[in-house]
Design a protein around this ligand. Structure first.
Ligand code: CTP
Length: 411
């Protein structure tokens, strides 16, 4: 749930078997805080029902039948003016063709031609139909007019005996992510940010390592939030189970030294770096090239410190905004302030992994943002995505202040 994105979304079901999933798309959008209305083409109602769509949307469904009711209202105009975004899920080859031809002969295409501000198509069809030249030309034509697309994706196809191929409608979660992107104000446009995420692994031998339980969720939420707000995002990630976010340059690393290289080599071009990774502090002095056999009795392993990436960035920093995380179990503020100063940061996000709701791997977090002037901003317990938004708000403000100061000094 992302409390920042608000908007009115009209979800239209086209006439394909994936229309069975349209109520889920609507449900997810409502869960994310959007106001949603549903539209169904005549053929869509062969695959889903008015009741399913209306129940998911919590309002009456716009249909051909309603359009031609003798109520005197021009439903296509009302919908086009009401919606911030139209999502066509599923979009059929025929729907794309009608829209690309500028037709307005049914409620869906009439709403599009009536000037709905943004259109996101989620096509679903048989792969041959998707690759058919006319379909591809229609897609490029619509793109040229500023329409957006999500999918279709490779996967099992719904029609019996069709196997797998490119033609599956994107999952409701993916469609919702694209809606977030399209409706989020682009207040980080023009900025390049680096985010680190996840744990690192420091190997004793090819199959054993030192690591920690970081899931990477905080860092991935930061990367996705910055992308949605228009930034160019480089995500340097240790091993996680999370899918690489779309629209983000993801660099996968394992060791602290690789993370150090990936980040320091890109630092010059960055406007901000947020280090959410749980970098292992030690690495084995030696890494065996073959698996070491276990020995009976006590074993002593020599450990060396890993490079402190953030401290190095703090030394090199010129205009960049630098943000660190401090995970503490005791004396939090005092220890976090020490790190803020030692690593020359703009602020540090203090959290407590032992606190309820802030544990490793959870979807929520509770962070205290501590600034060099001693001020502290507490987020309270909220989703990691909302914590990410609060962090970018501060980063944006700091960059703006720096730019204004730069402009004043140049006068
Ligand atoms: N960090 C880093 N490189 C390291 C270790 C940590 O860049 N080798 C970053 C983390 O990503 C985090 C911040 O530094 O943003 C604080 O990490 P933490 O491990 O809590 O701090 P340390 O300086 O290692 O202090 P300590 O282990 O004493 O708590």
């Amino acid at each position: 749930m992302n409390s920042r994105v608000k908007g009115k979304v009209l979800v239209a079901a086209g006439g394909g078997v994936a229309a069975m999933k349209t109520p889920f798309v609507i449900r997810r959008l409502r869960d994310a805080g959007y106001e949603v209305r549903a539209l169904a083409t005549e053929r869509a109602l062969a695959f889903t029902t008015k009741t399913a769509l209306a129940t998911a949307a919590g309002s009456r469904v716009a249909t051909e039948e309603a359009w031609f009711a003798a109520s005197g209202n021009a439903l296509h105009l009302e919908l086009a003016r009401w919606a911030d975004l139209l999502v066509v899920a599923p979009a059929t080859a025929s729907g794309l063709a009608r829209a690309a031809a500028g037709l307005a002969e049914d409620l869906l295409t009439a709403t599009i031609t009536a000037g709905v501000p943004k259109v996101l198509w989620a096509p679903a069809m048989n792969p041959e139909m998707w690759h058919y030249p006319a379909t591809q030309e229609n897609v490029s034509r619509l793109r040229g007019w500023g329409h957006f697309f999500v999918g279709p994706e490779y996967g099992a196809l719904a029609a019996v005996g069709e196997g797998a191929g490119v033609g599956r409608m994107s999952e409701p979660e993916t469609i919702v992510e694209h809606v977030h992107y399209l409706l989020t104000p682009k207040d980080l446009e023009g900025l390049t940010v680096i985010v680190s995420a996840g744990p690192t692994r420091e190997y004793f031998d090819p199959v054993r390592f030192i690591s920690n339980p970081s899931s990477g969720k905080m860092g991935y939420a930061l990367a996705e939030a910055a992308r949605d707000r228009g930034a160019r995002v480089v995500l340097v990630s240790g091993p996680t189970n999370l899918p690489a976010p779309w629209g983000v340059e993801t660099i996968n690393v394992e060791r602290a030294n690789e993370m150090y290289e990936a980040i320091t080599s890109r630092f010059d071009k960055a406007d901000a770096v947020v280090m959410a990774a749980a970098v292992a502090d030690w690495k084995p002095a030696q890494t065996a090239s073959q698996k070491t056999a276990k020995k009976p009795g006590k074993n002593v392993v020599e450990l060396l410190p890993t490079p402190d990436i953030l401290a190095e960035l703090g030394r090199r920093k010129e205009r960049q905004v630098l943000v660190g995380f401090a995970m503490e179990t005791a004396d939090g503020r005092q220890r976090a302030r020490g790190k803020l100063e030692r690593k020359n940061l703009d602020f540090i996000c203090l959290n407590y992994p032992t606190k309820e709701g802030s544990a490793f791997g959870g979807n929520q977090n509770e962070v205290e943002m501590i600034f060099p002037d001693g001020s502290v901003v507490e987020t309270g317990r909220i989703s990691k995505r909302e914590v990410a938004e609060a962090i970018w708000d501060r980063v944006r403000d700091l960059i703006r202040e720096r730019n204004e100061e730069g402009a004043r000094n140049a006068q």
